[in-house]
Design a binder for this molecule. Sequence first.
Ligand code: ATP
Ligand SMILES: Nc1nc2c(ncn2[C@@H]2O[C@H](COP(=O)(O)O)[C@@H](O)[C@H]2O)c(=O)[nH]1
Length: 203
Amino acid sequence: RLRRARLSISPSAMAGPRPVVLSGPSGAGKSTLLKKLMQEYDNVFGFSVSHTTRKPRPGEENGKDYHYVTREAMQAGIDNGEFIENADFSGNMYGTSKAAVQDVQAKNLICILDIDMQGVRNIKRTELNPIYISIQPPSMEVLEMRLRERKTESEENLQKRLNAAKVDIELSKKTGVFDAIIINDKLEDAYEQLKQTLLEVSF
Ligand SMILES: Nc1ncnc2c1ncn2[C@@H]1O[C@H](COP(=O)(O)OP(=O)(O)OP(=O)(O)O)[C@@H](O)[C@H]1O
Ligand SMILES: Nc1nc2c(ncn2[C@@H]2O[C@H](COP(=O)(O)O)[C@@H](O)[C@H]2O)c(=O)[nH]1
């Protein structure tokens, strides 16, 4: 249904369809849901590949999951005005370059950004005008369990992410921040809700 719906988007709009921001606490399941969406609709959606100073996790690919850069290179890019937004999260720098969004839009795909709450605040000050969707965990306990089972973070990093999650969960409840909030309890249900939300808000 998404594939057919895309045909109804007016190609005369030079800026193309509105981008989509996916946000929510670390460990809520954004990447998991995004991967499913990209597998099913790679001809509809394109992922905005962020820059980060964190080290790649096993299985992650430079240029696909992130552009992995040094702090110096990232700061130089920011100073040079190459980023739409950037944030410090859990001891590392993250940012969306203008090129990342343009690359997706040049392919006439709907651009999806996976960014934290600081990124959401900063993007709201730009002219990108995306649709904002928050992916939330069913509870802090489940979030902690998922993050621990992912086995990607040191204990110190895990605590930083859980602290950021508490702030994220509170802020996301404020009306007007997100167009939709999806609770990722059962993965398949959350995925169906994400698709339904995208159909309702994007087309
Ligand atoms: N509905 C679900 N039920 C059980 N486990 C899940 C579910 N969704 C995701 N997970 C698992 O939880 C962990 C965190 O998911 P994921 O990495 O997608 O989160 P994220 O929001 O992208 O995190 P980050 O912001 O740190 O990148 C992963 O190990 C994933 O396999
Ligand atoms: N503001 C931004 N936040 C970003 C960007 N890319 C990713 N993120 C967020 O960072 C955290 C941690 O990600 P992880 O891959 O280290 O687990 C997560 O909440 C992402 O949404 C970005 O370009 N800008």
